[in-house]
Ligand binder design. Structure first.
Ligand code: BDR
Ligand code: CA
Length: 316
């Protein structure tokens, strides 16, 4: 099974992404690296530990503590309105006890770097939170970009509106400087953005099916019920998107996405449009001409960007 690292800010859909990754049985999860995002870094680290125990992998999969704050900015208001006071719906230390594993001194960024050397050319990295850890790894050693086989992240909005501001998606908005470091590094990326994730909604009927599936889905059902309630309170109707599991899905199968090649540039100067992801298609597909040196330089650092749902149904 190919080696993978999941870098997350759990988070309800992050938790589901982890369970989905384990459930596919197709990956060898080398580490679960936490990062601040939905909740401050200390809480997402504790949540990551608790989840490894809940899924019975706490003695096998190491959990690392992520960056305590964005690369250059002050910590932001976290997303507890969607993910619950501690980030995992209504779960508490009683329902989700801490991992039995010892706390590790190695940070998330250091673990990413080490694993990229141990599994050079083989390692897939999937990020479902702000890109702070990945940016720190790249700043410490730009070679990281060329050692990973594939880097898939949930974040951004290439064409559709944002979900934290009118133009920005949460993970990129949370640390736009980190996102810009990553997307300008030459890493072979696939961006799983709101253009795709807003098409894969889970509704009450899916929840009922999951609920009836047996004890293995009890936690996921509780988490999803809380997530759906939050979307309902925020005007999202009777359904919630499966952002982070979709990124895990795309690590193995990009037919869940309609993908275009191009560069992504992150707006970090303006407060108004902070974290907006500007998609610049490859020359062949562009309908405009520019010889701006800044833009031309980025043209060689292209990746794969989801512009919509793919041909294969992710919810099946
Ligand atoms: C992203 O923001 C977070 O709240 C979710 O976990 C997901 O990673 C969606 O914009
Ligand atoms: Ca997330």
């Amino acid at each position: 099974r190919p080696p993978i690292v999941l870098d997350s800010d759990p988070g309800i859909d992050d938790a589901l992404a982890l369970q989905y990754l384990l459930g596919t049985g197709r990956w060898d999860l080398k580490a679960y690296t936490s990062v601040g995002g939905n909740l401050p870094a200390e809480q997402t680290y504790l949540n990551a530990r608790a989840l490894t125990r809940a899924f019975g992998i706490d003695t096998d999969v190491p959990v690392h503590r992520g960056a305590g704050r964005p690369l250059t900015r002050l910590p932001y208001t976290a997303a507890s309105a969607f993910h619950g006071p501690a980030g995992l719906g209504n779960e508490t230390n009683e329902t989700l006890p801490d991992s039995t594993a010892a706390h590790l001194p190695e940070s998330s960024a250091r673990a990413l770097l080490r694993l990229s050397r141990e599994y050079e050319g083989e390692l897939t990295v999937c990020a479902t939170g702000p890109l702070t850890n990945v940016a720190i790894a790249l700043l410490e050693d730009p070679g990281f970009a060329h050692r990973v086989r594939k880097f898939v992240f949930m974040g951004g909005a290439a064409q559709v509106p944002g979900n934290i501001t009118p133009v920005a998606e949460f993970n990129i908005w949370a640390d736009p400087d980190a996102a810009e470091v990553v997307l300008s590094s030459g890493i072979p990326f696939t961006m799983v953005d709101l253009d795709a994730s807003h098409h894969w909604l889970l509704g009450p009927a899916d929840l009922a099916t999951l609920d009836a599936a047996g004890p293995g889905t009890a936690l996921a059902t509780r988490l999803l019920r809380a997530y759906m309630d939050a979307y309902r309170r925020h005007g999202g109707g009777d359904a919630c998107p499966l952002h982070d599991p979709l990124a895990v899905g795309a690590c193995a199968d990009e037919s869940f996405l309609t993908v275009a090649e191009g560069a992504v540039i992150v707006e970090s100067a303006s407060e108004l449009t902070r974290g907006k992801t500007v998609f610049v298609p490859t020359a062949a597909q562009r309908g405009y001409y520019t010889d701006s040196p800044a833009l031309t330089a980025r043209m060689i650092l292209t990746g794969r960007v989801a512009l919509g749902p793919g041909t294969r149904d992710f919810t099946k």
